[in-house]
Write a protein that binds this ligand. Sequence first.
Ligand code: TXA
Ligand code: MG
Length: 321
Amino acid sequence: MQIISNPTQDEIKRAAKALKDGSLVAFPTETVYGLGADATNEIAVGRIYSVKGRPTRHPLIVHISSINQLDKWAIDIPGYAIKLAQEFWPGPMTLILKRSDNAKNYITGKQKSVGIRVPNNSVALALLSNFEKLGGIGIAAPSANRFGAVSPTTSEAVCDELGNYLYSKDLILDGGQSTIGIESTIIDCTKESPSVLRFGAVTIEMIEKFTGFKIQKNCNQNKIRVPGLMRSHYSPKAKIEINTIPKPGYGFVAMASISTPNGVIRLASPKNIEEYAQVLYKALRDGDKRNLKIITAIAPEGIGLAEAVRDRLVKSSAKDK
Ligand code: TXA
Ligand code: MG
């Protein structure tokens, strides 16, 4: 496996070719890093599952370069989904739509729907357009971490997570730190009205504004398999405690306005909620690198992105694996 820092256009072209030839390419997105494979190559997609250690019934998101590619993957797209795609793509939003014939069982975990996203990152978009020039139609990419672990927001974190499992021809494209830092909002668009399966930077308020629908929260009826909905997910090795008083030796994540208690190891001091989302996973990883046993996180208050951050904190604090 090779890491390519600040990839040139030629290097991105080479990565697109590697994907087309069946290799895996990890790449930056604005949310978290993805582990990519040609979404029409069953063997390459199978390797995503083995590299991640992920059960094959969990579906993958297909990444495309623009809304123009949507018809290749989805059918019967409702008007509200088109509105969302026009407004928020490229961006941190995944739409779950009725699948077309291109979306095979090995992508969708045998479900009749498929998850689609246009990421907003220059390296990812260049990779997608070069891949499409070679005849590809989409890149399947889950977050580039082992199953159940914290998503990577840097190429170093991808290497730490998956370096031992990748082949020599696989690539990791470096694109610096992910700007948003938590995974995309997932919106189920297979029914008459949208529902949110995973909170993210496209917030409930934004979706309501652009679709005119009132969004129900936590409306998953356990029929749809979304690993991010399992209680224990996004977990570091350290135990995460939310809003407890940290003891000396604990790691500590809280807004900058909250001071660090004596003897406690500060892992992040975000100044606002956007920064909280951006640094959270890196802070949890740093805690693990320092072998901390317990990390206290003071959850951010408020709606919007704060809700998405709280959701990730709650899931990473659940130890039910
Ligand atoms: O921000 C993101 O979404 C990142 C970047 C790389 O794009 N990707 C990501 O992928 O977080 P992953 O596989 O780690 O999480 C995607 C979630 C999974 O929980 C999966 O179950 C759900 O999307 N998903 C994918 N297709 C689905 C479908 N057809 N129905 C319901 N959930 C689906
Ligand atoms: Mg993931």
